[in-house]
Design a protein around this ligand. Structure first.
Ligand SMILES: Nc1ncnc2c1ncn2[C@@H]1O[C@H](COP(=O)(O)OP(=O)(O)OP(=O)(O)O)[C@@H](O)[C@H]1O
Length: 242
């Protein structure tokens, strides 16, 4: 969003290192997300995009560096991170297949302080995603891929997060449906939400993101405006296979 960089940082990563078993996947990532900004991390499959978001939300332990929200260093406990306003919309749908749309949405509000807050958030989600209101009693396993993705986003919003971590929302969807999903994400951005989104295809965020970081083998190798990356054929060829 224009002028967002003048606001204080809400999310700051300083040299974060994390991974699985004996292997470091993230090898010292530093980036900052300011209030209201839409920041994207783009990179090929398997280079650590999901691991980055999971490390921020505390699902993968931090091995080095530090993560801060509003200047407060995170302890790494997922519960604490969620309480500070971080909502993670994971890759794939990760819905409870045998639950209804409404029940899945309510699962996102597990930390909400009271019923009035839950009702208000539900109204907001239904206003943004009216189709979910129409289908509130439909079982999740019977939804289309695009509808499931919308429920995943809606559940993230039900957490009441100020900072949305969105993991590859286009995965496995047809082009028309991808446009719809990104339309919703764009609306959230315009409404002032702070977004950190990971994606394989930079073209998807060219007109949306304020800043883009290119991730290669667990390290940021380039940062700038999405349109600048799209004009750099050599970077696209080297890191994203053209
Ligand atoms: N639970 C796990 N245990 C061990 N290794 C893992 C685990 N999850 C991911 N990895 C490995 O970590 C590396 C980075 O995976 P990650 O999912 O973060 O990549 P990605 O860029 O998000 O790719 P994709 O879009 O395909 O998910 C890969 O080599 C992957 O095999």
């Amino acid at each position: 969003m224009t002028g967002a960089a003048a606001k204080p940082p809400v999310l700051q990563l300083d040299g974060i290192v994390s991974g699985y078993d004996g292997l470091d996947v993230l090898k010292g990532i530093s980036l900052t997300v300011h209030a209201g900004e839409f920041v994207t991390v783009v990179g090929p499959n398997g280079h650590g995009k999901s691991t980055l978001l999971k490390t921020i939300s505390g699902l993968v332990p931090l091995r080095g560096g530090q993560i801060s929200i509003d200047g407060q260093r995170l302890s790494g406990k997922p519960h604490e991170t969620a309480m500070l306003g971080v909502a993670h919309v994971p890759q794939g749908d990760m819905l409870f297949a045998q639950m209804s749309v409404l029940e899945n949405l309510l699962m996102g509000a597990y930390l909400a302080p009271d019923k009035a807050v839950i009702a208000r958030r539900l109204d907001e989600v239904y206003a943004l995603l009216p189709k979910l209101a129409d289908r509130r009693n439909q079982i999740a396993s019977s939804l289309s891929g695009g509808e499931r993705r919308m429920v995943g986003i809606g559940r993230g919003l039900m957490m009441g997060g100020r900072i949305l971590l969105i993991d590859e929302p286009s995965l496995g969807l047809a082009p028309l449906i991808i446009d719809q999903v990104y339309g919703v994400i764009s609306q959230l951005s315009r409404a002032g939400r702070t977004i950190l989104l990971v994606e394989e295809n930079p073209a998807r965020v060219e007109d949306l993101a304020d800043r883009l970081h290119l991730l290669d083998d667990g390290a940021i190798v380039w940062s700038g405006k999405p349109a600048e990356l799209m004009a750099r054929d050599e970077l696209l060829a080297t890191y994203l296979g053209g």
